[in-house]
Each structure stands twice: as C-alpha cells, then as structure tokens.
Design a protein around this ligand. Structure first.
Ligand code: NAG
Ligand code: NAG
Ligand code: NAG
Length: 404
C-alpha cells in the first residue's frame, strides 16, 4: 500500500470516551424533527432510551450539525462530473495535510454513480471478508451510521436521489430513486448486512475505528473494527481488522518515526462535530478499482533484482496506467463515539492531466517521491517500475495513446 493508503486506513476510528458522559443517545432525533424513526436500542450504547421522540440534543450545536444537512435541492448526478483531485506536490512530504469540512460534504455523488454501484454489487456477490467485516464491538457504531446515513444524511442532502417512504413524517424506508429500490430504515441486526447495504448504495468505502480496550497493551490507540472497503488500493483489508493505526501503517516508510504519534493523538482528540478531509494519490498500472495487492513493490522489484525490475518496467502498459486518488474524510459518530474513516476513489487518465497542462507538475511530483525526507516512498509506491515511462509520457505525450 502506498503510505497514503495507510494514511487512509489510519484515519479510521477511536473514541475519547469523555463523550460517553454526554447524553449521546439523544442527538439524532430530537423533538423538533418529525421523523419517527424505528431504531434499535443498541444504536445507543450508553443510554438506551425507549422514547426517541422525547429526546433532545440539549442544543449542542456540534451534535445538532449531524441532523442539519444542507440540501443539494437541484442535484443531478447524471450531469455532475467527478471531483478532480490533483493533490500532487513537487516534493513528497509525509504529513496529514488535512482540511476542515462539514458533515454535509461527507459523501459526493457524480455521473459514475450507476456504473460504480453495479461494480460494487458484483464484488459484493463474489467476495466476503476481503471487502466486508465487523468485530462484534463495532455493532453499535455500524447501526448508528446505517440509521443516520439512510434516515438523515441521504434524503436531506440528495433529495433528488433518495426519498423517505411512505412519507417524510413517518418513514419506514428510504427509496433509492436511481435504482428504484427500497432500503429499510430499521438497521439489520447483523452489522455485516448493514455494511452490505451501505456498500451497495453508496460509492464510498467506510472503515470504523474504536479505541483499544482499557487494559490492552495498545493503550489509547484506535483499532479498525469494521469496514466496507470495496476499492482497496493494493492491500487486503482483512489483514487490517483488529489492528491499531500503527499496525495498519506498518508497511508505510517512516510512518512510525514521522507520523504515528501525531496520528494517534489526532484520532484521540477528534471531537464530535468536526469533519476533516484530505486526498492522496498514486499512479497505478491497472485501472481496476478493487485491488488487493500489486500496487506496491514486490520483493523481486524492491530487492534490487535487476532482471525482475526490467521485466516489470517493460510490462507497464501506459494505456492502462492511471492517476488514482482518494478523497478521504474522518469524523466521529456522536452516539457510539466511533471514528468513521471514509474514502471515495477516483481514477484519472494521464492524458487528461497532460491536456490540463499539469503533465510537468505530476512528473515532478513523481520524481519528488524519493525526496522530501521520505526516501522509501518511491519504492513503496512502485515508482521505480512505472516512473520513467509515465514521466516521459507526461512530458511529451509519447509512448502511450492518449485516451479520452
Ligand atoms: C491512500 O491512502 C490509503 C490509506 O491511508 C491507502 O490505503 C491507499 O492505498 C492510498 N491510495 C492511493 C491512491 O494512494
Ligand atoms: C478480530 O477479532 C474477532 C474477535 O476476537 C475475531 O473473531 C476475528 O477472527 C478477528 N479477525 C481478524 C482478522 O483478526
Ligand atoms: C478546524 O476545526 C477545528 C475545530 O473543529 C479548529 O480547532 C481548527 O483550528 C480548524 N482548522 C482550520 C485550519 O480551520
């Protein structure tokens, strides 16, 4: 995985359990929403309440923000181009490079929606723990997210795509207007089923992180406890379940020395109501979205085996080579306190980068992977294999067919 992909995983979840002292059961459905939402008691870990309608968020604006989603009233997914992420910098610096954003901005949709959803469903029908898994402790977090995303977020943010049925005032299901499917608002008990439904309707991958158990050796660390990760960029998510941020990022060069401490602290201190985003990038020699391995240098390539490296370089097909980026977000669920690390994957034609006049910039960024104080990054991203061909193409448009 690229360091960034570590990073994305690393973004995933723990909880300053100081949150537990807040009336956490009470935020999503306060008295002035008309939603009468069926929900499971397990949705609220600390304070189950039998009367959702009577609960309030006590005016906490951070918690209220999870319900006050800004609508995109005229949104047309068919005419919305995918976001153009161009996060590359001349020198590679291993930093978190995060920006604040709002919870309304959590999930972007665009004209790739249907194609992506179809691909996701194909993966869901053939794969299991490689893409979906949950430890039992993650059940409340997964239920909480399921309920919020289908009851509050999607119908509020994208009313032209999702609508509550039979009526907004007494909903029992959410209608996906694009696929004409009905999604039950009552979260299935089995968190795996929740994750499958989320993955089948939303083109974003989600990872749920919870704090380490009180007496564990990994004190104050966040642990990956559940995920729906259909588009991993070169790693098998199953190997990351039950792992701390540090363990997850173990393959990232210099992560332990440069980033681990601040990442742990960042995750621990992430307050309810704050939402951050960042983007990472790499170049991949395949445009497949679901990639369990191969985007990082193999032993033969990394170990200075000249013949292996030459062969791998020769095999690079520029027609299949793309710029791959992830838009990543991190936020804390107000009820369970879990951190949700989410990412949406974008692939861009190298020819598009050239046409935008940014070929030189990307070529410099690729060459800069060996600089900026993170020497192993070049090998890690496998740039020793594709770097030369790709840079030549970016600078002169030679050696590859520019695809539309
Ligand atoms: C971005 O970062 C995440 C983890 O932090 C990593 O899994 C993924 O492979 C990276 N993606 C790209 C396109 O580099
Ligand atoms: C994660 O932990 C759970 C509960 O201890 C266990 O059942 C599961 O096999 C573990 N999964 C992995 C991949 O370590
Ligand atoms: C982002 O938001 C946090 C509070 O949620 C604030 O402390 C921080 O200064 C903000 N950062 C920027 C760059 O605005």
């Amino acid at each position: 995985m690229s360091y960034f992909h570590y990073f994305s995983l690393s973004f995933i979840v723990i909880l300053a359990f100081s949150l537990a002292s807040r009336k956490l059961g009470e935020f999503y459905f306060h008295s002035n929403t008309q939603h009468e939402v069926p929900f499971r008691a397990s949705f609220i870990p600390s304070k189950p309440t039998s009367n959702v309608q009577s609960t309030k968020n006590n005016g906490d604006p951070c918690i209220a923000s999870y319900q006050d989603i800004e609508p995109l009233s005229n949104f047309d997914w068919r005419t919305t181009e995918p976001i153009k992420l161009r996060p590359f910098k001349p020198k590679f610096h291993l930093t978190m490079a995060i920006e604040n954003t709002s919870i309304s901005d959590l999930i972007p949709f665009d004209n790739t929606y249907l194609d992506r959803i179809r691909l996701r469903r194909r993966l869901l029908s053939t794969l299991s723990t490689e893409i979906i898994a949950a430890h039992p402790v993650a059940q409340p977090a997964v239920h909480e997210f399921y309920t919020w995303v289908f009851t509050i977020y999607l119908p509020s943010r994208y009313p032209t795509m999702f609508t509550l049925a039979p009526s907004p005032s007494a909903p029992t299901s959410l209608t996906n207007l694009i696929t004409s499917e009905s999604i039950p608002l009552l979260a299935p008990l089995n968190p795996l089923e929740c994750l499958r439904t989320i993955a089948a309707h939303i083109d974003d991958d989600f990872l749920f992180l919870l704090p380490s158990p009180e007496h564990s050796t990994a004190k104050d660390q966040y642990i990956l406890r559940a995920y729906a990760t259909l588009f991993p960029s070169g790693f098998n998510p199953a190997t990351k379940l039950n792992r701390t941020l540090r363990e997850i990022h173990e393959p990232v060069p210099r992560y332990a020395s440069k980033l681990a401490f601040s990442m742990d602290r960042f995750f621990r201190c992430m307050p309810v109501g704050r939402v951050v985003k960042r983007a990472n990038w790499t170049v991949t020699t395949s445009r497949d979205l679901h990639v369990l391995s191969g985007t990082h240098a193999s032993a033969a390539e990394a170990g200075g085996d000249g013949a292996g490296l030459d062969k791998a370089r020769e095999d690079v097909d520029l027609g299949e080579t793309v710029l791959r980026a992830e838009r990543q977000t991190l936020h804390r669920l107000p009820g369970s306190g879990a951190l949700v690390f989410a990412f949406k994957t974008y692939v861009y034609e190298l020819g598009d980068v050239v046409r935008e006049g940014r070929g030189e910039e990307l070529a410099c960024a690729i060459e800069g992977l060996g600089e900026g104080g993170v020497v192993g990054m070049r090998g890690y991203k496998r740039a020793d294999v594709w770097g030369e061909k790709v840079c030549a193409f970016l600078r002169g448009g030679v050696g590859g067919e520019i695809k539309g």
